[in-house]
Every structure is written in C-alpha cells, then in structure tokens.
Ligand binder design. Structure first.
Ligand code: AQP
Length: 338
C-alpha cells in the first residue's frame, strides 16, 4: 500500500443558511482539526452539490459567500487551511466523470440520501442527485485526502468513496487512490430536529422551528429551544437513562458539544432537572457560543470583494494539488495528451 501525505478534506453545501447541526457536526470540528493535527486541511463550499436540487442563482451566490463567512467565523483560517468553492476547481467535475464510469448503478441506488431526497418521485429527480456520491468521492480523492470529518449522515457516502477508490485501483492495477478514513467523533455527530427527535436537523427542513440557524439572534435561539419537543420526565442522572428518550438525548448532546463537556458531566450538573429549568440553561450556552459567530459572519459579509478574493486564492492553492492528481488519473485511464 502506498504512503499518502496526511490530508483532511471536507465540504458543506451552500444550499441554505448554516444550522447548529452544520456547526457542531462539521465547522467546529474543522477548526479543531486545522489547529491540532499534523496534516494539511482543505475545506470546500460544494456549490456543484447544491445544484443537484433547484437553487435560485442569486440565493446560491449569497449562500456561498455566507458559508465562506461561516467557515471563517467558526475558526477556519484561510491562511492555515485551503478554503474555496468547488465549481472553481474544475478537476472535481473532471474526476467525477471518471468515477461515474467506475461506480455501479446498484451502488448508487442503495444510498439512503438518494432515497430520502428523491422520495417517491425518483423519475423526476435530477441525474446529478443520483450521481452525487461519485462527485463527493472525486472531491475527496482529487486531493488524495486521507481523513474526512463528517456527521453520521455522510458515513455511507464515505464507504462508497472507499469502494470507488478500491475498484479504480483494481480495475487499472494501480495503488493510486487512498482508502480514506471517515472521522466521525464527538457528541454531536448527529444533531436532531428540535421538532422530531428521529429526524436530522437540516437546513432545508421546511420548518424553521426544527433548527437553530447560525443567523438566529439570542431571542430566536431561546424561543426555539423553549419550544423544542421533549418528554414529560425530568433529565436522568445517568447516560443510560437517555436511552429511548431521543429528544432529551438530543438537547443534552447539544449542550455537551457547545460547552465542550461530556454527556456524563452535563448530567452530573443537570440530572433531575425539569426541562423548564434545563432549556434556559441550554439557551444561555447556545447564545454565548453562537452569537459571536453570527456577529462575525455579518461583519465579514459587509466586504464581499474580500470574500471573493479569499475564495479565488483558495481555488488557486487547491488546483496546485488537484491538477497533477487528475493528470496522473488521465494517464492511468489512457487519455492521450494528458
Ligand atoms: N444535523 C446534523 N448533525 C451533525 N452533522 C450534520 N451535518 C449536517 N447536518 C448535520 C454535517 O454538515 C456537513 C455538511 O453537510 P451538507 O450541508 O453538505 O449537507 P447535509 O448533510 O445534507 O446538510 P443539511 O443541513 O441536511 O443540508 P440539506 O438540507 O441541504 O441537505 C456534513 O459533514 C454533515 O454530516
């Protein structure tokens, strides 16, 4: 097995405003990985993924810049990390085409995100939505990324990325693409909807009450948490007591992740409390952690030219890594002139 330079890649879709789920499951961890690991970190606004479902052009452009501001406000430093939007590094789409020819229809049909997002009307879903995981594999493998921090929901796509790498290597008799490791760690790898403890918190959920947006002000955060669905029991004293209580577990997990505590530590402090007491305490922690980020995002959004400069510079740096890997891929496949 070839040795690969440790490299972290991850992306977020500019398909709406950022949620607490994106922050805890992705952005907060990206900043930690950037600062603590001995690897290069590459983060991307995956606009090509966003358009697999309809996006209004002006809204997409704004969401992409806002997402860039969200990355920076959450601690991703565009000097230390490479930060860019996917459409500006053409190698992603070029490698995705090769992977469309490596991946099998049956693999794609098994993807739960495809089934969830296409719903009952698969015939009317875009071809891009179906091929989404092959583009995601290209996003990762065009950098020979070795580690990909994601939330639980992306685990299956990461497994498919490994399958594509293995099949490519086998088909062409090479040891060229790494078998990437998903990094799914912490107490908030799956932040759930505030209205339904069995559903993931999502930026495209039609109900705004289901999520905390990074753009919500202190009043909105407190109001949404106050109205969050719960059961009538007080909080348990032990972690085991959260079993079969999805809404309670979700709120405790959110508290733990925001306050950098373990679930056991949160329960040692709040076990036995009624939700009428716990929810305001959670709101205080959430407001304390999230409002500096939204304030910084608004400040950054006032200078869009600077955001565009950051993205352009990031794309240039990303291409320096991606272009030789794509060239070598083309040579392996037998493309003349590569
Ligand atoms: N609820 C969540 N809990 C933990 N992690 C989450 N992530 C998203 N939601 C949660 C993580 O955020 C990263 C970026 O996700 P994405 O925006 O590319 O797509 P997504 O997972 O489909 O997120 P959304 O909010 O649900 O977007 P829409 O509604 O457009 O589909 C990923 O690492 C993801 O795991």
């Amino acid at each position: 097995m070839a040795e690969f330079t440790p490299r972290v890649f991850s992306g977020i879709q500019p398909s709406g405003g950022l949620t607490l789920g994106n922050y805890l499951g992705a952005l907060k961890r990206f900043a930690t990985m950037q600062d603590q690991g001995s690897w290069q970190t590459i983060f991307c606004m995956v606009d090509l993924h966003a358009i697999t479902v309809w996006q209004d052009p002006a809204t997409l452009a704004r969401a992409t810049r806002e997402l860039c501001a969200g990355f920076i406000a959450s601690g991703v430093d565009p000097e230390k990390s490479i930060l860019f939007n996917q459409s500006q590094v053409v190698e992603h789409a070029q490698l995705a085409w090769i992977f469309n020819c490596v991946a099998r229809m049956g693999w794609m049909q098994r993807m739960t995100q495809w089934k969830d997002k296409a719903g009952k009307n698969q015939q009317n879903a875009s071809l891009g939505l179906f091929a989404y995981p092959a583009l995601m594999a290209a996003d990762i493998l065009v950098y020979h990324a070795t580690h990909v921090p994601v939330g639980e929901d992306q685990k299956q796509h990461l497994e498919l990325t490994r399958d594509i790498a293995i099949k490519f290597n086998n088909d062409f008799g090479v040891d060229f693409f790494p078998e990437t490791e998903p990094v799914i760690e912490g107490t908030a790898t799956r932040v759930m909807s505030l209205r339904d403890g069995s559903k993931k918190m999502s930026k495209s959920d039609p109900s705004d009450q289901s999520r905390i947006n990074l753009s919500d002000d202190a009043d909105a955060i407190a109001q949404k948490l106050r109205k969050a669905r719960t059961d009538p029991e007080p909080l348990p004293e032990t972690v085991a007591g959260l079993e079969d209580r999805p809404e309670a577990r979700n709120l405790v997990n959110i508290y733990a992740a925001l306050a950098d505590m373990t679930v056991a530590e949160v329960l040692a402090e709040h076990g036995g409390s009624q939700f009428s007491a716990f929810k305001p305490a959670l709101a205080d922690v959430a407001v304390d952690r999230l409002t500096p980020i939204s304030t910084e995002m608004s400040r950054l959004m006032q200078d869009q030219a600077e955001i565009d400069r950051i993205l352009a510079r990031g794309a240039e740096r990303a291409r320096e890594i991606a272009a030789p890997i794509l060239k070598k891929t083309y040579e392996i496949v037998g493309m003349v002139g590569a």
